[in-house]
Design a protein around this ligand. Sequence first.
Ligand SMILES: N[C@@H](Cc1ccccc1)C(=O)O
Length: 499
Amino acid sequence: MRLPSTQAAVLEAASATEERTIAQLAEELGEKPETVTGAVFALEEEGLLEVSEEAIEGVSLTEEGEQYAEMGLPERRLHEAALELDADEEPVPMGEVIGRSGLEGGEVDIALSNYARKGYGEIDSGELSATDREEDEEADALALIDAGEPVTDELVLSTLDRRDLVSRRESTVRSVTLTDAGVTALMEGIEESETVGQLTPELLTTGEWEEVEFAEYNVEADAAEVVGGKKHVLRQTADRVKDVLVGMGFEEMDGPHVDSEFWINDALFMPQDHPARTHWDQFALERPDEADELPEELLERVRSAHLEGVGADGDGYHSPWTEEVARGMDLRGHTTSLSMRYLSGEAVGELEPPQRYFSVEKVYRNDTLDPTHLLEFFQIEGWVMADDLSVRDLKGTFTEFYERFGITDLQFKPHYNPYTEPSFELFGHHPETGELIEIGNSGMFRPEVLEPLGVECDVMAWGLALERLAMLITGAEDIRDLHGTLADIEFLRNAEVTY
Ligand SMILES: N[C@@H](Cc1ccccc1)C(=O)O
């Protein structure tokens, strides 16, 4: 019998009495598993091999699991330290044991929450006692998995899974045995024929294509996993936000990332010598060192609002105000600078009420990185200009907007902004942790902001955090899983923005 070379090799490597897996065959023949799978299916079709399938579960260590396999589970390290301090004789203050154990950060909580559960001892009024427990099935299982050995105890596996120390995956293992026809074929002798996997220009021009045998396609063969490109979750969320706001009748604003303090702060009635001025810790720029052009008349009206206030009984800040400060350049700490440019008529000319505008743009703050803060993030800025607006309109708009993302349990908390009165912070519950997280800031612009801009009706406005919205939608618990250098690639591949 004539067979293509891989098929011939697979047939020769198969046995009539012992099942051999495709992985074993591939390793033995030095071929890729998908190549061997292709050959196996062809041989099955010829009746030379019998293929059996078994669904099995693959278990591998997560990064954290690998770390504990190497260093020891945190609760075991705590127990070791406790024994070194003789906590099996008399309870020892917890701080001492933790110090001795060398556990750090989140590991301490992990150790404490597993310590008593696993019978390593008791924790009582800040003191820790230790038993003489030695055995630890979880630690043993980690070591086995690390060594590529199977673990059969389902209870232990599911505990490790819950602790995020292992990841489990279903897969199909195919094994082959020779059929009688296969044995006969082998005994009669197999001749190898060269098969060609791909038609090339050379085969065509030389006419060789007429002689060769082509390998058949097998659409059932396991193929290498291909991960296609996809839109980033944050971009998906931003696009969805824009669609929703456009659907609610809003138009989009744009404008500079680097802007003068005038548009970022002064137009918003932020006093120049007040800590509020730096309460976002904006990044100040050395170059460009000052704004080229500021609207003269508006500058004068803003100056006067700061110094004298607005209206008959208006009162200013009674503190120095200089044009030099207003001309300083910053990376914008909020996109309310855009709202100022639009409301003043500077961006698209005078606007007659009613008007609705929004932007979904990046802002920059010198914050400390943590699970809910990044140095740059996207703000969903927006405002509505109309006669007789009230807080009800503001709340109604948020309720309608967030409902589109399935968020129906908004909470509002009174807040302070130098430029709005009243002001409200918005909160929503995280779907995984249940924690209440801040998702936005809002309010009605004060007369001290609107009058210099020449706006005679009401304006309600807000700045919402896109990343926080994305956390609520996707269930991400750390903003750094969403973007930045630590972003979790698996999470990004699988996360969906649903609405
Ligand atoms: N600028 C505010 C958001 C805001 C905009 C407009 C009005 C009120 C609040 C912030 O960055 O938090």
